[in-house]
Design a binder for this molecule. Structure first.
Ligand SMILES: Cc1cc2nc3c(=O)[nH]c(=O)nc-3n(C[C@H](O)[C@H](O)[C@H](O)COP(=O)(O)OP(=O)(O)OC[C@H]3O[C@@H](n4cnc5c(N)ncnc54)[C@H](O)[C@@H]3O)c2cc1C
Length: 388
């Protein structure tokens, strides 16, 4: 078994495979020695957490061979993976869990050089720290502009948590400043809760412009802080871009991504519908109703490993019920959650009727504080389970 990507999905899959059958030879390939997580990074940007608190050594899992390096090619016929140092690894089954890459062609004017001026802070610690530092350095009275792309993206709730925590930072540390959020969507995850929180906590600080009012950014000019939308032109003292995304590049190289940039899979076994013998899990897949989230990636891993072990033993496999929970913070001690359960249906994962639960809009302050604490507990638990 070879697993590519040692993030939330891949590490969980490697762990589940050896737990299910310790005789399996499992190799986990991860290019980074140290991983900085997406969850928690919005709090780092707002100065609520230290960058070191979301940084973990890549998982060293008992019974799993760890290879640090980048997988650069997959030969599905020979069932072989090539690493950047030209090492070849043969596999019987391959699991790809590469997460997302930024689609650098997705927003005119935005590229690697522009990201040094208008950070995306969506992948990698350097970008998170860059945005934190630029926010801290901006003069009071400045305007931050944040652009959010159309779906699908990694963690649909995260842009709105980020907007909230940037607004919290401005209100607390630079009270004459403003945040303008330009959104290519009309509706978003946990919208009623976020918008109620913004109204209560950040009046005059955070302004959200959705798709019907010209929120879709069509072009940026980073050097002059310019955001062009379908209706208007805006200038930022500090710009930040939630970038358009696609499956990690190795998925494209392996032939498991389709023209959308994402990977179609059998939603019960997570085997690619394009290339037999390769399974894809986590953010990289076309998942239907199940959001791209760390929790979800771990659930894909659990089902995928069980399906592989069953098929190796010639046993039947019953599709599993998968769950997800996502927490969002609107401020410190002000959290809410959205949860759901999912079952394979045709090519996608469908939400089970009645399983969706969102924190109530009229929740008292104690419940918001409790959910913020639960978010912290969830983070401690999932990072310990993934990286310990
Ligand atoms: C700002 C932000 C906030 C978020 N908050 C939450 C949250 O509160 N709750 C939640 O559930 N989710 C959250 N997420 C989403 C979460 O980070 C992802 O859903 C999760 O990481 C997906 O897991 P994955 O295994 O698919 O990808 P990842 O965890 O990104 O793992 C992919 C790994 O593969 C490695 N890799 C990629 N290509 C190769 C290659 N070719 N060779 C070797 N290694 C490779 C990468 O280095 C990476 O470590 C957030 C994300 C962001 C950006």
């Amino acid at each position: 078994m070879v697993v590519i990507g040692g993030g939330f999905g891949g590490a969980a899959a490697a762990r589940a495979l050896v737990a299910a059958d310790p005789r399996l030879a499992v190799t986990l390939i991860e290019r980074e020695a140290v991983i900085s997580t997406g969850p928690g990074s919005n709090a780092v940007i707002a100065g609520l957490r230290d960058a070191a608190s979301i940084r973990f050594a890549a998982a060293a899992i008992p019974g799993v061979t760890r290879r640090q390096g980048e997988a650069v090619a997959v030969d599905p016929l020979a069932r072989r993976v090539r690493l950047g140092d030209a090492t070849m690894l043969d596999y019987d089954r391959l699991i790809l869990a590469p997460g997302v890459d930024i689609d650098w062609d997705g927003l005119p004017g935005y590229g690697r050089a522009a990201a040094e001026i208008m950070p995306h802070a969506w992948t990698g610690e350097a970008q998170t720290i860059l945005l934190r530092n630029k926010l801290a350095a901006m003069q009071d009275g400045g305007t931050v502009i944040m652009s959010i792309p159309a779906s699908p993206i990694r963690c649909p709730i995260a842009p709105y948590e980020r907007a909230s925590l940037i607004a919290w930072f401005l209100k607390t540390h630079k009270p004459r400043s403003k945040l303008l959020v330009l959104d290519a969507k009309e509706h978003f995850s946990n919208q009623a809760n976020f918008q109620a929180a913004w109204k209560a906590l950040y009046p005059g600080v955070l302004e959200w412009v959705g798709l019907p009012d010209g929120g879709r950014v069509t072009k940026v000019e980073a050097a002059i802080g310019r955001f062009e939308t379908e209706f208007d032109d805006h200038r930022a003292d500090l710009g930040t871009i939630v970038p358009p995304q696609r499956a990690g590049a190795i998925a494209v190289a392996a032939g498991v991504a389709d023209r959308t940039g994402w990977c179609p899979v059998d939603p019960a076994t997570f085997e690619s519908t394009l290339v037999p013998g390769i399974h894809v899990i986590g953010d990289a897949i076309i998942a239907g109703a199940m959001p791209k989230a760390a929790h979800a990636a771990g659930e894909h891993a659990r089902a995928c490993a069980a399906a592989i072990v069953a098929s190796l033993g010639g046993a039947p496999f019953t599709p599993m019920r998968l769950e997800n929970i996502c927490y969002g913070l609107a401020a410190p001690s002000y959290g809410f959650s959205v949860r759901g359960a999912y079952l394979p249906n045709g090519k996608l994962l469908n939400e089970i009727a009645g399983s969706a639960k969102t924190s109530p809009q009229d929740a008292p302050a104690e419940m918001r504080a409790r959910e913020a604490e639960e978010a912290d507990g969830w983070y401690r638990q999932i990072t310990a389970a993934t990286f310990a």
